[in-house]
Ligand binder design. Structure first.
Ligand code: CP
Length: 359
């Protein structure tokens, strides 16, 4: 990929580009610098991140290994800026930072920052960049993390930005942990290539489904079903990306008919935090729940995924089935996010070297 400098392009031009066109602007010296949209990750980068995550997971099991990891980034600091609620993403990034020895500061609620005094979010985040070497941010405005990366690239202290969830559009590190979970689940049955994946639920406003669908275009022979009520179907922008990548897909409304055909089911909850007037209340989503009875028609090697949090869309009685991997996704998030941070700081080779020499 030919790298391009983010400070050499106007915001107007950059923001009009497709995610694939933006990808070269997020690389520096041959590696990921900003992590902002799922589509920026090429297949080789995905494979490297997954194998690095496995290295970190194995190294962290021993006391010597933990010490080795914790001394990697002892001189760096990260800012966790979460302007929207989070349990897993926040905690797994916090754990990932601790795993690689990165000190963390956080603002978890804009009402505790000087934004309440009228400071713009841009100035607030520019302030963070004065104290830290990495900004990990979740924000309700779509595209805002990219805007911040662009803005910082035009300052005297540019720092890498990781998008931990932006608006209804992107959750790239969730997509990374989902890919890592799929890789691990299918490692003995040919990997992700050739698999069929069903996305179920609120696909229109679900940034996790949108980001993972975009990332699946990097794999060969993948087929996708989008299963949702018409009001909550996947956006045409994602379908255009699948068309461009020649990924076959079907838009469906009958969940039960799809279950026996798929290798992975990606369940999502209704995203009613985006409702303007409680309009989700009027939509019957109960036909899109995965119940205990559905286990009998699911392939024996298939997996049931969910980014969590869940409501009723997966019966808790399903949790004990070995094909239910959503709690494994939660833990995988910590490993892949550790790998991403190490990679951004150019420490992949050192960590791989330790793995090869000691494990
Ligand atoms: N999957 C996910 O983003 O969960 P949180 O909102 O709890 O971070």
């Amino acid at each position: 990929m030919n790298e391009k400098a983010l400070n050499q392009v106007s915001w107007e031009k950059f923001s009009g580009m497709t995610p694939d066109e933006r990808a070269p602007y997020f690389m520096e010296h041959g590696r990921t610098y900003h992590a902002l949209v799922s589509q920026q990750f090429s297949r080789p980068i995905l494979e490297d991140l997954c194998s690095l995550a496995t290295c970190v997971r194995r190294i962290a099991k021993t006391r010597e290994g933990s010490s080795f990891l914790q001394s990697r980034l002892f001189d760096k600091r990260a800012m966790l800026y979460f302007a929207q609620p989070s349990t897993r993403t926040y905690l797994s990034f916090d754990s990932a930072c601790q795993t690689v020895g990165l000190d963390c500061m956080d603002v978890r609620d804009s009402s505790t920052s000087s934004e309440v005094k009228g400071e713009s979010p841009e100035d607030t985040i520019r302030t963070f960049s004065s104290y830290t070497d990495l900004i990990i941010m979740r924000h309700p405005a779509g595209g805002f993390a990219e805007r911040i990366a662009w803005m910082l690239s035009n300052t005297s202290r540019p720092v890498p930005v990781i998008n931990a969830g932006s608006g209804k559009d992107q959750h790239p590190t969730q997509a990374l942990l989902d890919i890592y979970t799929l890789e691990r689940s299918f490692e003995n049955i040919g990997g992700i290539d050739g698999k069929t994946v069903a996305f179920v639920g609120d696909l229109n406003r679900g940034r996790t489904a949108r980001s993972l669908a975009g990332l699946l275009t990097k794999y060969d022979g993948v087929k996708i079903y989008f299963v949702a009520p018409p009001e909550l179907q996947i956006g045409v922008d994602i379908l255009a990306q699948l068309d461009a990548a020649k990924v076959p897909y079907e838009i469906c409304h009958e969940f039960e008919q799809v279950i026996p055909d798929v290798d992975a089911i990606y369940m999502t909850r209704i995203q009613d935090e985006w409702d303007v007037d409680n309009e989700s209340r009027l939509i019957d989503t109960s036909k899109f729940y995965f119940t205990k009875d559905h286990l009998s028609i699911l392939k024996k090697d298939a997996v049931i995924m969910h980014p969590l949090p869940r409501r009723k869309e997966i019966d808790v009685a399903v949790d004990g089935d070995p094909r239910a991997v959503y709690w494994r996704q939660v833990r995988n998030g910590m490993w892949i996010r550790s790998a991403l941070i190490l990679s951004i700081f150019g420490l992949d080779d050192k960590v791989r070297g330790y793995c090869e020499e000691n494990l």
